[in-house]
Design a protein around this ligand. Sequence first.
Ligand code: AMP
Length: 614
Amino acid sequence: MRAQTTRGKRRVVKNMLEKVEEFNMEKVIQEFETLTKDAGRVQRETLKRILEDNASAEYLQNLGLNGRTDPESFKACVPLVTHKELEPYIHRIIDGDTSSILTGKPITTMSLSSGTTQGKPKYLPWNDELFETTMQIYQTSFAYRNREFPIKNGKALSFIYSSKQFKTKGGVAAGTATTNVFRNSRYKREMKALQSQCCSPDEVIFGPDFFQSLYCHLLCGLIFHEEVQLVSSVFAHSIVHAFRTFEQVWEELCTDIKQGVLSSRITVPSIRAVMSKLLKPNPELANLIHAKCVGLSNWYGLIPELFPNAKYVYGIMTGSMEPYLKKMRHYAGELPLLTADYGSSEGWIAANVNPRLAPEFATYAVLPQIGYFEFIPLTQLENNDASSSFLSIDLNPVGLSEVKVGEEYEIVITNPAGLYRYRLGDVVKVMGFHNSTPELKFVRRSSLLLTINIDKNTEADLQLAVEAAGKVLAEEKLEVVDFTSHVDLSKEPGHYVIFWEINGEASEQVLGECCNCLDKSFVDAGYTSSRKVNCIGPLELRLVRRGTFQKILEHYLGLGATVSQYKTPRCVGPTNSTVLQILTDNVVKTYLKFNHLTKFKDSRKKTCPHCVLS
Ligand code: AMP
């Protein structure tokens, strides 16, 4: 393909979006194939475009690029940063400084990240270009998905929730990134073209009360049950959460449908008004749903039973969503689970163009035209013994065309909304190439989750440990509903604490074995050697009451997070006192891994050979 001029390319994108009603699957695939055949060149052009568009931004002006837009000058002049370094600039924008600070065209909207992975919500610049890239990602993955799993014009049961958009002190609009997408006037039109229009009315998506919105999403899904072509959410957690809720409220939903009267638990007037129009007495449908639910064994295959024309279940299912896969498979029965795309509030990165791969093996192909991407080899980070930013100066990321298959990298983003060489904090592994663009597997967040001494355990290590111990629990036909961790340094030696919510009563013996298994599953040499010499104490498993993780979710919603982007925090630090308090208040039982070097006066050891019940 001949190199397009910047303006030409923008026109193509604009035309593509304006004529979105005529979505052309083959054309989108063809365009992606062409772009990825020359990904290196497209990256240079993308960087050029970003730097030209924002040449007047104070941030770039101060870095001495002097109009240069090549990757070499960019790397030489622009430092690697984390959010922390950008905060002074971001705060000026939030406080109402309307000069060109990070971008040529001043930023008027901010995205608020959920803050569940990093502890506190972060403001990130948002603009129309990011909306364009969102649509490009959606269109690209849809084209490949639809080729493999065609859907007819129908509806999507999408568990999506918009948070409130508010104005900062300085008059800047702020909301979560998904909210900024959902609120864009073009969003609905674009999703209709992708045959993925949500079956719930806007009042439900934008409702102020999460539970009421969820209840009505379910109700709309049932009303349109024959038209539903797919069940989706942004992150898989929302799908699991929705059907767990369905298990609790299905009879009430049936009553609403039978009588044509909305449950009194829905109190938001706008939601009541719109739902009352949709809801007509339909005893036949109510009886059908009732019969289907009663006929299921432990809710296996609930989704295809309720939505006979659904072709797949769709949402982000990798990384911190993997622990929900088992439950999702249970609800989905034979329906395929398709993971969505890879991105963040900072910007999109890559699309799932191999939808037939199971989520465990999924890869994401980088879209070379939506941002400029660099990759810090993980070996450099390990040698520097830090993912901390002050050592960024020693790091030498490679470009998108220079990554090697089988290697792991921390990803660095330059986007069209004022982030330049921004360390996202995600680790990805290059699994191969789609033409010349890398196909990434999401590995984990780069930060360490659990560390006391010389031990280093990440989110992925914790996930593996919980998965292994979950298998022990499964012997009793029980499962881990959700989990998190904490480093307890209140007594010497410090030790790991794992909080579990499980879906029933397990025997003391099995829980003791789970605790044992958790401890054994942290295989990092730093941990095992520290445990041996008792520099780290025995791991503790604390069982929390049913509904504890729902309370944590509600806590984050209260802080402005949205369910759509919610990720259970996998480690609760000492400063996160509210969440720690919720957990502590709800502990029902505690198990300690028996450590041969600790002096347990253990009268209760007879309950379990490995563990002590406290
Ligand atoms: P946020 O912007 O706070 O909603 O979250 C963005 C983060 O979610 C990313 O930095 C990743 O850590 C994670 N994430 C996003 N997409 C995926 C994906 N496809 N697979 C795994 N993790 C993802």
